[in-house]
Design a protein around this ligand. Sequence first.
Ligand code: SF4
Ligand code: SF4
Ligand code: SF4
Length: 303
Amino acid sequence: MNVEKEELSFNLEMPAVGVIKGVLAKDIEVVGERVVNLRTCARPYRNIYTVAQLRTIRNVIEKYGSGKVHLSPRHNLEIPEVRQKDLDSALKELYISGLFPGGAGTSVRNIFTCPHWCSKAVRPVQELGMMVSANFADRDMPNKVTISFAGCSNGCSRPQNSDIGVIAIGRVEAAGGRCVDDCLKCIEACPFGAIDRTGGQVRINDKCVYCLRCVDACSEGLLHVKETGFRVLIGGKEGSTVRFGAEYAVFVGDFEVLEIIERALSSYLKKAGFRPGSEKKRERLGEVVERLGLDEFMKESPA
Ligand code: SF4
Ligand code: SF4
Ligand code: SF4
């Protein structure tokens, strides 16, 4: 046995049971001798951090880390170069401030939503994001799963390239009144060429993506919101290969969104195989959708 080598090796000592419930090795990455990177995020889901939490982060990185913090693309805070001996103390201080380890490995990653104050939002998405986080965040999966919510079709939270993407949408209706002469305001406001004007009236055509930008543009009140709901995309992905999610449902409500997410995750658990040429790495959700087709993927199957 090579004693010298063994003495130099690093064994991650996880926090004692009961110190912080739910700390997993995947959330703590060994990067060097007795040094770790720590991932943390607010629970239940918030990708908004309070000033108090940011103060805690500052204290933790100054006391136990190297004075740096990285904000990941899914709004996890990554604190690099924490000394092993300080791991318990760092986790405790974060925990007291409502910051938990999580959002890494082959699991449902940090749920990503738009901020609630954006004036373009067709419907708020943060509460739905919190419900999804409370039910599904950090659940073990065959590979990582990203779930994103966008308040409008701009998709700032990248729902199109997430395993499951949810976008708030609204259906606009032309009230049928006569337009002001020469007015083109709604037509100019629509980025998709989805409004035609003939004979002094407007008509919405099938290029509409339900963003509702035209409604505010009409000062005559001739355009109304008929209904709002969510569009659900399944099977998108970012990374070395990029996929856009396929549309699974439109104009569904909050509880249907939860049901669809539950069904998609359950199908993924049952139907994921190994990636070609690998006996360890499992397919991403989008790869299973590509192999089976979306309808077959979403079909209920026995446990
Ligand atoms: S997707 Fe829409 S609601 Fe969300 S941040 Fe972007 S513009 Fe605002
Ligand atoms: S809802 Fe959006 S896409 Fe549809 S007509 Fe209005 S502006 Fe155009
Ligand atoms: S619907 Fe309103 S904004 Fe559009 S052309 Fe008619 S009057 Fe103008």
